[in-house]
Design a protein around this ligand. Structure first.
Ligand SMILES: [Zn+2]
Ligand SMILES: [Zn+2]
Length: 86
């Protein structure tokens, strides 16, 4: 069974079959998939940046050993430098 509807994005008429759950034309489907992939990519990138930031010294940017007591800084010197800066 085929019936006609409008693309939910660009309102161009599209044919829609009974088991097709998409309301978008082919072009908008592709665009939507691209957008979703791009958003996922951006999210992954910012999460990676956050993870990196959590494990690098806030003063000199050196990678930190995880679960140090001086969290956020690679050494007492950097921690004190940060406190002096504030
Ligand atoms: Zn469309
Ligand atoms: Zn440091």
């Amino acid at each position: 069974m085929v019936f006609w509807t409008l693309c939910s994005d660009c309102s161009s008429p599209i044919s829609r079959t009974g088991n097709d759950r998409s309301w978008r034309c082919i072009r908008c489907q592709r665009q939507a998939r691209l957008n979703r992939l791009r958003a996922l990519n951006e999210q992954r990138k910012s999460e990676a940046a956050l993870a990196r930031a959590a494990f690098t010294c806030l003063v000199c940017g050196k990678p930190l050993a995880a679960a140090r007591s001086t969290r956020g800084f690679c050494s007492d010197a950097c921690r004190q430098a940060a406190h002096r800066a504030v």
